[in-house]
Each structure stands twice: as structure tokens, then as C-alpha cells.
Design a protein around this ligand. Structure first.
Ligand code: ZN
Ligand code: ZN
Length: 351
């Protein structure tokens, strides 16, 4: 029996219920879930802000758990191992994107870990639940000794920032400016710092600017401040993590010739760009969506090796709605994670 927190319709409240997972297939692994991060896109899906919502819906795509059962053809994973599942639960495995490790750009459409149909047409329920079933190709191994609650948000938030840092060769000699200091921004600072880059952060909040420096930023600036002038033309990459409407044109001048501004936040409104800021500076506007499975595995190992992870507020399952409300208001330091232990007990699970 799977105990889960479910929405009946878009915008309704979450209610505790039981759901049925698909039967364990030969390539499937069942996880007893321990933690699930709360991501901003859970709120977007729950409110059906982008359309196409599948209800009833169990949100959650930053799952960490312990393998409790495996199918006959599963290799390299055993019962008792700690593993994670992020946004991607399946893909075609044969298109150009899948073959190059970019399952998140699968050309036939990938299966999300919730609010999505699997290859047999069944709706996937997410990780606000006592367990999860997934094909073992989409598992991410969690290193021994890792703080599991701090790892959970890396499975979406962490890979979302890691992928563009890797793609744009962020490392020693790179100057990176991070816009926004929330769930994504606070992770980007830690990864970029561990990669050896020079890290600037722009945030309106004085408290967050102090945290940015604590997490490894060399400089944390108020976007309105004069100090910004000193950085014009000096940044190689701007990582824009802001998910609200905002002015991009203010930022392009910070880039050196050939520099890139990469969006990882996804505002649902239009953003305006003044073309001369791109053309005259040989600059470009880029976008990056989560990341592939191999990169997700690499990112988790990197995080563990550098002892970095999300700064979290742990909540109980009956506190999710309150956490959503606070997340909507931008009031979280810096990621909510649900402790799923009590659901596991309710389901009669091993722990
Ligand atoms: Zn997410
Ligand atoms: Zn594919």
C-alpha cells in the first residue's frame, strides 16, 4: 500500500490518501521514500499554470529512498541501497538526445516522475508518498554517508544549475554572476565555488547577500547599487535563476565579449530583450533545462566530494501546504524537504 498526498483537481488542497503504483516490472525498482524536496515546479503543476495537468496528482520529483524490491532484470542495484530519482522517470532511449545522455531533451518526449504518462499510458504519481517505482536506468546512486535530506533537492535544483556550469566550462579563471539567491541560486554558488570560479551574486535581500558570501560568493551585490558598475564587461557567464518577471537588459552589459546569459528560472511571462545589447557585444541568451541522468549521477558525486548540499527546512507531510504557501512568498531558506518517515510507517513499510 502506498500512502500519498494528492490533489483531486488543479488548485485543490492536498489530502492524504492511498494510491496504487504500477506492478513491479522486470526492470523496475521499488524505493521506500525517505525524503522528497519541494520544488517551485510542484506549485506550478499543482496550480496547472502551464496547462496539461493530470489529476488526481501526487507531486514530488526530488526523491531519496532505500531500495526495497527489484525486478528480475535489474542489474547493479540491490535491496537496501540508497538511491534517488529526479525529474526524469523514463525516455525513449534511442533518439539522438537520449543516446547522447540528454534524456531531458528526448525527441519523443520524456516521462516526468509525476504529472506525466509512462510509456504504457499510466499516469505517474510523484514523491509526496511512502514509496516509488521506477526503471533502474533512471536511478541515481547516493553515496554512503551523505546527508540524505540535503541531497534530495540536488536531484532537480542541483542538476538544473550544474548542467549549464558544466556546459559553459565554469572553473578557474571564470567569472560568474548569479542572479537570484533562492533554491537554485544558493546551490549555484556552492557548485561554482567548488569548481574554482569567481562568483558574484546579485540579490535585493541583505540577509541573502550575507548568506551568499557564507556559501562561497566573493561578492554579493544589490542590483540597484553603484558597485555593479565596476563589473561591466567582466563576466563570462550570468546564470539567471529568477522565476519572476524581471529586466534582462540591465544584466547584458556585465558580460564580456562573447559572454552568455543563461536562463534556468522559467518566468511564465514574456521577457523583453533590447537586441543591441546582444549584437554589439557578441553576447548570447541561452536556456538550460535540468540535465541528463549521467550528469545527475556525476553531480551527486561532485556534491558529496565537496561536502555541499541544499540548505533545508525539514517539514512533515501535514505541513506541505504551509511550506507551499511560504515558497510562493519566497520565504524559505533555501529549500523545503519533506520527511517521509511517518508515511512509510502508515503504509506498513519496513521502517
Ligand atoms: Zn524541480
Ligand atoms: Zn529519446
Amino acid at each position: 500500500m502506498t500512502v500519498a498526498y494528492q490533489l483531486e483537481e488543479a488548485g485543490t488542497r492536498l489530502s492524504k490518501t492511498t494510491i496504487e503504483r504500477r506492478p513491479l516490472g522486470p526492470r523496475d525498482v521499488r524505493l521506500d521514500l525517505k525524503y522528497c524536496g519541494i520544488c517551485h515546479s510542484d506549485l506550478v503543476a499543482a496550480g496547472d499554470k502551464l496547462g496539461g495537468g493530470m489529476y488526481p496528482m501526487v507531486p514530488g520529483h526530488e526523491m531519496v529512498g532505500v531500495v526495497s524490491d527489484i525486478g528480475a532484470q535489474v542489474e547493479g542495484v540491490s535491496v537496501g541501497e540508497v538511491v534517488g530519482v529526479g525529474c526524469i522517470a523514463d525516455s525513449c532511449r534511442s533518439c539522438h538526445s537520449c543516446e547522447s545522455g540528454d534524456e531531458h531533451y528526448c525527441e519523443t518526449g520524456f516521462t516526468l516522475s509525476f504529472n506525466s504518462k509512462d510509456r504504457d499510458g499510466r499516469v505517474n504519481y510523484g514523491g509526496y508518498a511512502s514509496d516509488y517505482v521506477v526503471d533502474y536506468d533512471y536511478l541515481v546512486s547516493i553515496p554512503e554517508g551523505a546527508d540524505l535530506a540535503r541531497m534530495a533537492p540536488l536531484l532537480c535544483g542541483g542538476i538544473t544549475v550544474y548542467t549549464p556550469l558544466k556546459r559553459f566550462n565554469v572553473g578557474p579563471g571564470t567569472t560568474l554572476c548569479i542572479l537570484g539567491m533562492g533554491g537554485l541560486g544558493h546551490l549555484a554558488i556552492q557548485f561554482a565555488n567548488a569548481m574554482g570560479a569567481r562568483v558574484l551574486v546579485a540579490s535585493r535581500s541583505a540577509a541573502k547577500r550575507a548568506d551568499a558570501k557564507r556559501l562561497g560568493a566573493e561578492l554579493a551585490l544589490d542590483p540597484e547599487s553603484e558597485e555593479l558598475q565596476a563589473w561591466m564587461g567582466r563576466c563570462d557567464l550570468i546564470l539567471d535563476t529568477i522565476s519572476n518577471p524581471h529586466d534582462l537588459n540591465q544584466w547584458f552589459p556585465l558580460l564580456r565579449r562573447g559572454g552568455k546569459l543563461c536562463l534556468v528560472g522559467v518566468p511564465t511571462d514574456q521577457l523583453q530583450v533590447f537586441p543591441a545589447l546582444i549584437v554589439f557585444g557578441d553576447r548570447s541568451l541561452e536556456g538550460s533545462l535540468i540535465g541528463g541522468i549521467a550528469d545527475t549521477r556525476e553531480m551527486i558525486q561532485f556534491a558529496h566530494a565537496h561536502d555541499l548540499g541544499a540548505e533545508i527546512e525539514l517539514v512533515q507531510p501535514d505541513e506541505i501546504e504551509g511550506a507551499w504557501h511560504r515558497l510562493h512568498e519566497g520565504d524559505v531558506q533555501y529549500r523545503f524537504v519533506i520527511d517521509l518517515e511517518s508515511l512509510s510507517r502508515d503504509s506498513g513499510g519496513a521502517s
